[in-house]
Ligand binder design. Structure first.
Ligand SMILES: [Zn+2]
Length: 90
């Protein structure tokens, strides 16, 4: 059987392919498709690169000053909500 997937089918299976959850036969069909279809190859290539960049990102530590200001802002927000909730009709 040598039928090729359509681009639509390829894109439907792309996420599973990237997660390596596709079975061997479907994987072969997907790989056959990208060898024939430059458009889908580019989509796969770009998506894989994007995932690599995303996974390679380290969470940046928040500077102490920013953290303190953020916490104060959150506290003010909570306090403001409490005030409003405590005074209905305000
Ligand atoms: Zn295609």
């Amino acid at each position: 059987m040598t039928f090729l997937l359509t681009c639509k089918e390829f894109l439907q299976e792309l996420a599973d392919y990237l997660d390596s959850t596709v079975d061997a036969e479907l994987r072969r069909k997907l790989e056959a498709h990208i060898s024939e279809c430059p458009n889908c190859f580019v989509i796969l290539d770009t998506t894989q690169k994007t995932i690599k960049v995303y996974k390679g990102m380290q969470p940046q530590p928040i500077p102490e000053e920013v953290h303190i200001r953020l916490m104060r802002a959150v506290e003010r927000k909570i306090a403001a909500n409490r005030t409003v909730a405590g005074k209905p009709g305000l």
